[in-house]
Design a protein around this ligand. Structure first.
Ligand SMILES: *[C@@H]1O[C@H](CO)[C@@H](O)[C@H](O)[C@H]1NC(C)=O
Ligand SMILES: *[C@@H]1O[C@H](CO)[C@@H](O)[C@H](O)[C@H]1NC(C)=O
Ligand SMILES: *[C@@H]1O[C@H](CO)[C@@H](O)[C@H](O)[C@H]1NC(C)=O
Ligand SMILES: *[C@@H]1O[C@H](CO)[C@@H](O)[C@H](O)[C@H]1NC(C)=O
Ligand SMILES: *[C@@H]1O[C@H](CO)[C@@H](O)[C@H](O)[C@H]1NC(C)=O
Ligand SMILES: *[C@@H]1O[C@H](CO)[C@@H](O)[C@H](O)[C@H]1NC(C)=O
Ligand SMILES: *[C@@H]1O[C@H](CO)[C@@H](O)[C@H](O)[C@H]1NC(C)=O
Ligand SMILES: *[C@@H]1O[C@H](CO)[C@@H](O)[C@H](O)[C@H]1NC(C)=O
Ligand SMILES: *[C@@H]1O[C@H](CO)[C@@H](O)[C@H](O)[C@H]1NC(C)=O
Length: 737
């Protein structure tokens, strides 16, 4: 049992030693100054050829140079030739076998040789050798010692006829083989026959027995007749007995050099070997020990794919810059620096963020592009191109009209907040706005999106861009990139003349003097439009709601949406009838032929309103009073103008002047346009009246009436004349063209 374990351990140890081959022959395996060769044999320390070169006498190799060429090495002083010494602990020798020969049939004199291998310090290798017996009438004994105990075994080889013996088969017929037990020392074998080879003498006169290296022996049937070899190779295991290395625990006495380890050959530690550590090579028994193997020198020794770096006892593989991995063939190899999980996450999220930002940017860009396209579309729809064309024709005026952006006006009106509304009507809404430079403006926003409305806006822009008059509401600019066009005017602070005349709850009644001045200023504007402007303009919608007042009660005529530019070679235009009920020229209504005199008619109505304080058209009160023109003209005919003049307005002595203004109004309201005076004449007449009055009463200007507001009759309705009262009548009579 114990033997088996020991055998097992020895096998293991041998395997370890064999598996660590010294690939590179190191310069010398012998001690310094010692021969390390004898003939073909390399002699490593602890073996040596002379005193001081071997560890002890057991390791003496006698190199016989005198009798042999090449020289022949012998173990110790004996005749055992050594053929190989391996540092891993094996020793190959040539050794004689034993034989038992019969010179003739039935010879009683057998010629026998026995063989002894008396080497107590070396062990017969149990793995490499076999005990072999050859013969057909033969048995042989093998004896020796294992750990001091005597050991014996025997093997029998028989055969009746050589024809039955097979080459290579050693299973008892002509040849017998047995395993060698481990730890066997001190060999001795003897050969005998059962019948003195009597029956087999003809083909088998001898029997043979020997221990030999298994791999080097190949049985042949011919060996039955004659086995030619005198000596056979035997493998011995060698080790160092514990005389120089006391215990396994204290290795300081071991001869094993640096970078080596001690391996017990026998478990009790009485015999050991030295072995180089992994990654080292050389002779571990030498004082300098084992040397580092430069694995990078030979690519068979390393498995680096790219760069190999030798280290003491090992090597490392490096990967090129930017690569990671163990860099080994059959290992991870080298891969492109893979990011850590966190790096991957960061990478992914950065990528994702970039993607999101990118697509958002693209989306916003697309939205902006769409918005710009939309604005361009609106600009076109709103007549922007037409306007640009017109504006470029009157280059001098272009700098007075600014084209605002949507954003500017959004900001100015606080996004068209309800609180910014200063007026509402059929046309749309007017907002009060404050531009970034702090100037206050009125912004008119169209209600309808229909094309005719749009062209009115453009018309107004074009007309106003050519007018520069202190009594005309100044157009500052426009914005055409919105769905509905926006017009930007100077902000006129005091509301409409209509409100001042009719809305007495909000305003103190105007004095006659103020009224006359307003009338004169309005007439001046209309006259200017008709004659002085570069192209004659017919306002077409003169009414009190379109006359605004500033803080000083100066008139500002507004709303040129319906105005017409009259080409110079034409004095009248055939158009769709348009105007406000009550102010509309009846002739124009009938003929739809527009002339400057239509404005004269409308102005006549304004004069009547100023005189009477009544609305142009009223749906209340007695039938006779509903149409202001008819009502006042009737009264004047009957010479009772005094009854219709607004109570409390006029001061003493002013009535004559009112009467004269009434006369001017009457002229303006003549049915036939041709009979009406031109606006220039109206201005002159009014101017004359005013100058006369100033001569008569040198007085400080008093803008509001003296009388208390409750003196005069107030119309119940404070309704602003709405655009619903605007009428559009298709021309009934064509002018024949
Ligand atoms: C060499 O071998 C021969 C024959 O075996 C022997 O006679 C001789 O003494 C040997 N010489 C030495 C130096 O061992
Ligand atoms: C000696 O033995 C070793 C291993 O046992 C072997 O590798 C080597 O080839 C042998 N040398 C000769 C000359 O037989
Ligand atoms: C040897 O002798 C025996 C008897 O002694 C005889 O039977 C046998 O045939 C002989 N063999 C030869 C080869 O002479
Ligand atoms: C073989 O020879 C021996 C003498 O060496 C003799 O004693 C013996 O009887 C012989 N055996 C036979 C079977 O001849
Ligand atoms: C074998 O060695 C022993 C002692 O180790 C010795 O007594 C004996 O005579 C030797 N035998 C031979 C044949 O050398
Ligand atoms: C051996 O066998 C062969 C044929 O098988 C035969 O001729 C021969 O006589 C045999 N020899 C002996 C000794 O029996
Ligand atoms: C090993 O041996 C040395 C010398 O023989 C001795 O000095 C040392 O104490 C020993 N160490 C151990 C652990 O036995
Ligand atoms: C070493 O060998 C000697 C005999 O040579 C023996 O007495 C001793 O016990 C051995 N030591 C060990 C530790 O086996
Ligand atoms: C050499 O290093 C590799 C890893 O680089 C390791 O796997 C191996 O066990 C090492 N060999 C020795 C003998 O240390």
């Amino acid at each position: 049992m114990g033997r088996q374990i020991k055998t097992h351990i020895r096998l293991m140890i041998i395997n370890i030693l064999i598996l660590s081959p010294s690939v590179y022959a190191v310069a010398s395996q012998a001690l310094l100054g010692c021969d390390d060769r004898c003939g073909d044999l390399q002699i490593p320390y602890p073996f040596g050829t002379r005193e001081g070169c071997y560890l002890n006498k057991n390791f003496l190799i006698t190199c016989n140079t005198t009798h042999f060429d090449p020289p022949r090495p012998f173990l110790r002083t004996g005749n055992i030739q050594v053929t190989n010494i391996s540092i891993s602990g094996e020793l190959q020798i040539l050794h004689f076998g034993a034989k038992d020969c019969y010179p003739k049939n039935n010879s009683l004199d057998a010629r026998r040789t026995s063989a002894t291998l008396n080497l107590s310090t070396f062990t017969v290798s149990s793995t490499k050798n076999k005990f072999t017996v050859i013969g057909c009438d033969t048995y042989a004994f093998l004896s020796g010692q294992i750990e001091g105990q005597s050991y014996r075994t025997a093997c029998v080889a028989l055969c009746d006829n050589i024809t039955t013996v097979r080459d290579g088969a050693c299973s008892g017929n002509g040849c017998c083989q047995l395993d060698i037990p481990s730890g066997l020392k001190g060999l001795r074998y003897r050969v005998r026959s059962f019948d003195n080879h009597t029956d087999v003498f003809s083909f088998n006169p001898c029997g043979y027995a020997f221990v030999t290296e298994e791999d080097k022996f190949h049985f042949s049937a011919a060996y039955i007749r004659n086995f030619p070899q005198r000596q056979v190779p035997v493998v011995l295991d060698w080790g160092i007995s514990n005389t120089t290395c006391s215990t396994a625990n204290n290795k300081s006495n071991c001869i094993c050099g640096p970078n080596s380890m001690m391996v017990n050959v026998l478990p009790d530690g009485s015999e050991y070997r030295c072995g180089c550590l992994d990654g080292f090579e050389g002779n571990p028994y030498l004082p300098r020990g084992c040397q580092d193997i430069d694995e990078c020198r030979d690519e068979r020794l390393n498995d680096c794919k790219f760069e190999c770096v030798n280290t003491k006892g090992n090597y490392t593989c490096n990967c090129p810059e930017g690569f990671k991995g163990d860099g080994r063939r059959g290992g991870e190899g080298c891969t492109r620096s893979s990011k850590s999980f966190v790096q991957v996450i960061i990478g992914v999220s950065v990528g994702f963020t970039v993607l999101v930002i990118g697509s958002t940017w693209l989306y916003l860009g697309y939205r902006k592009w769409k918005l710009i396209k939309l604005k361009e579309k609106f600009f076109e729809e709103n007549g922007g191109l037409m306007l640009q064309r017109h504006l470029s024709q009157w280059k001098s005026s272009t700098d007075t009209v600014t084209i605002f952006t949507q954003e500017e006006l959004d900001k100015a009106t606080n996004k068209y907040d309800e609180s910014a509304v200063i007026g509402k009507g059929g046309y749309g809404t007017v907002y009060k706005g404050i531009l970034p430079d702090g100037s206050v403006v009125a912004i008119k926003k169209s209600k309808l999106v229909d094309q005719s409305q749009t062209s009115q806006f453009i018309n107004e822009v074009i007309v106003l861009s050519q007018i520069n008059h202190r009594n005309v509401v100044k157009l500052l600019g426009c914005c055409l990139e919105t769905q509905v066009p926006l017009l930007v005017y100077e902000f006129v602070t005091n509301g409409t003349l209509f409100d001042h005349i009719h809305d007495t709850t909000k305003h103190v009644p105007l004095s006659w003097k103020a009224r006359l001045r307003i009338a004169l200023e309005t007439a001046g504007v209309i006259s200017y439009l008709h004659s002085s402007a570069s192209t004659p303009i017919i306002h077409r919608d003169i009414k009190t709601t379109n006359i605004l007042l500033d803080d000083n009660y100066n008139a500002k005529v507004s709303d040129f949406g319906a105005s017409k530019l009259v080409p110079l070679d034409q004095t009248q235009l055939s158009t769709m009838v348009q105007g406000t009920l009550g102010y509309l020229d009846p002739e124009y209504l009938l003929t739809s032929e527009l002339t400057e005199k239509s404005d004269v008619y409308s102005f006549g109505i304004v004069l009547l309103e100023l005189i009477t304080g009544k609305k142009a058209v009223s749906f209340e009160g007695p039938e006779a009073e509903r149409n202001l023109a008819m009502y006042v003209l009737c009264a004047m005919k009957e010479d009772r103008l005094g009854e219709v003049v607004e109570k409390g307005m006029a001061r003493e002595g002013e009535f004559e002047q009112i009467k004269d203004v009434g006369k001017v109004a009457r002229k303006c309201l003549r049915i036939s346009g041709e009979e009406r005076p031109s606006m220039k004449e109206v201005v002159m007449e009014l101017e004359g009246l005013r100058v006369m009055a100033e001569h008569e009463w040198v007085d400080e200007e008093n803008l509001v009436a003296d009388g208390a507001s409750n003196i005069f009759v107030v119309s119940g309705s404070t309704n602003v004349v709405d655009d619903s009262m605007k009428v559009q009548v298709l021309p009934l009579i064509h002018d024949g063209r």
